[in-house]
Design a protein around this ligand. Structure first.
Ligand code: RTP
Ligand code: MG
Length: 140
């Protein structure tokens, strides 16, 4: 499998509970390398644009509010098959359905405050990485 990059976000519910290091350890233990990382406060406009695909979903407004409620850590993870590998480490969207070893089973508060975001395809990863990072900020 080829080396890939994926965009990961440690969400406000997790930064608020000081879980960044524990979550990063799970990524690194799975063979993902953090090649870019910054802690930022998302504006409503930025969060709304990032989640535009979910605009018609009933949870959109509340998702945008929850993503702007505290800082997030945005990061680029690199590794073999990074997109799928990261989603394996994250676990199912609903923490009640997530495998026990995953980030969401261990740390998520609810289906919405579920501690992490990860790109769902290499194509979306490229778009989402460019949303947050300049090429010069990514240092393998
Ligand atoms: P993500 O995009 O955040 O990596 O997560 P995902 O693919 O597992 O979930 P997706 O269906 O893309 O939904 C994006 C985020 O919206 C929130 N959500 N809330 N209340 C609900 O039923 C509901 N469903 C989804 C979650 O925060 C989810 O991660
Ligand atoms: Mg998704």
């Amino acid at each position: 499998m080829a080396t890939e990059r994926t965009l990961s976000i440690i969400k406000p519910d997790a930064t608020r509970r000081n879980l960044t290091g524990k979550i990063n350890a799970l990524f690194e233990d799975a063979g993902l390398r953090i090649v870019a990382q910054k802690r930022i406060q998302l504006s409503e406009a930025q969060a709304g644009k990032f989640y535009e695909v979910h605009k018609e979903r009933p949870f959109y407004g509340s998702l945008v509010s929850s993503m702007t409620a505290a800082p997030v850590v945005v990061q680029v993870l690199e590794g073999e098959g990074a997109v799928l590998k990261n989603r394996d480490v994250m676990g199912a969207t609903d923490p009640k359905k997530a495998e026990p070893h995953t980030v969401r089973a261990q740390f998520a508060e609810s289906i919405e405050a579920n501690s992490v975001h990860g790109s769902d395809s290499p194509e979306n990863a490229a778009i989402e990485i460019a949303f947050f990072f300049a090429g010069t900020e990514i240092l393998p």
